[in-house]
Structures are given as C-alpha cells and as structure tokens.
Write a protein that binds this ligand. Structure first.
Ligand code: C2R
Length: 162
C-alpha cells in the first residue's frame, strides 16, 4: 500500500514524543512516512510538502510541534488533506504554548488538535486510522480489532492489586 499518513515534526527533538505516533501506526499496519519539517526553519520545504500532499495520496498529515507551534496550522493552510496537530510538551510552559498555538486557529483553516505529549501523539495515529477507515474496510477492521483487544486487556486485568 502507498503511504497514507505523513508524520512531520518541527525538530528532531520532538521524536521522543512523535515516535508514539509512529509506533501505533506500525501496530495498526498503516503505511506512513516521517520527516522533520519546520514552518520556521525550513519554510520552503514546508510549503512544498503541504502543496504536494494531496496529489501524493496522503490521507492525513500528523504534525507535532512545540512552543510557537505554527507548523500544523501553516501546513493546513496549504492543503485540504486533514491535519492533526500534536502539541509537544515544551520546557518553558509545559506545552500550554504548543497547545494554544495549535488549537486557536482562525475560522476557515481547521487543525484537529490532540492532547499535549505522548497520549496526544498516540491518539493522533489512532484517529488517522479511524479517518482512513471510513473509506478502507481493511483498516476499519484493524481499528475495530485494536479497540476490542484494548477493552479485553482491561477486563482481563481489572484487579489493581494483582
Ligand atoms: N514549533 C516549531 C516549528 C514550527 O512550528 O515550524 N519548528 C520548530 N518548532 C519547535 O521548536 C521546538 C524546539 O526545537 P529545537 O529542540 O530544535 O530547538 C520543537 O518542539 C519544535 O517542534
């Protein structure tokens, strides 16, 4: 299968968070690519990547960024491929800056904003799979099985003292 999800991040330092996205995409057998792209530091590359995403067949772009987290919004401004933003937990403001930068988009250019940090990164991967699953029966089945297993694992380990 060709690449369906583009996972991008503003810096290599975001990888510790964004590897949680990649791990779940692997677990769900979703073909992905991963790159460091920054709206601030590599604006031409960001522009090129976003402009070509649709014709390259990407179905979802997941963009992680911290601090002045403009990457998800700027990518969203150049494509109609849905963009999911993952706020990286920054040192200075604990990710509040990242969260607000990603969430507070002007009306007309949406970014689907996830939670700060690792949980948001994992959920971005699951949400991407769910979006693609609307049109892809194989991926829909994979997500359904993932959910069922997750539930069963809790039921099988429901005694916190064990
Ligand atoms: N928010 C952005 C963008 C962007 O939005 O274009 N580019 C880099 N960054 C963020 O800067 C933080 C610090 O980066 P460094 O660790 O490289 O100094 C990272 O969390 C990155 O996402």
């Amino acid at each position: 299968m060709s690449v369906l999800v583009g996972v991008i991040m503003g810096s290599k330092s975001d990888w510790i968070t964004m590897k949680n996205t990649v791990n779940i995409l692997k677990e769900l057998s979703i073909p992905y690519e991963v790159k460091v792209i920054s709206a601030h530091r590599t604006p031409d590359l960001m522009f090129y990547y976003a402009s070509n995403a649709l014709k390259r067949g990407l179905k979802v772009i997941i963009a992680g960024a911290g601090g002045a987290a403009h990457l998800p919004g700027m990518v969203a401004s150049k494509t109609i491929v849905p963009v999911l933003g993952v706020p990286i937990q920054s040192c200075a403001l604990n990710g509040q800056d990242s969260l607000l930068s990603i969430a507070q988009m002007p009306a007309g250019i949406p970014v689907g904003t996830l939670a700060i940090g690792k949980a948001g990164a994992k959920n971005a991967g699951i949400l991407a799979a769910q979006i693609i699953g609307n049109e892809n029966q194989t991926i829909r089945n994979i997500v359904t099985n993932f959910r069922a297993k997750q539930t069963q694992d809790i039921l099988d380990n429901s005694n916190p003292q064990e």
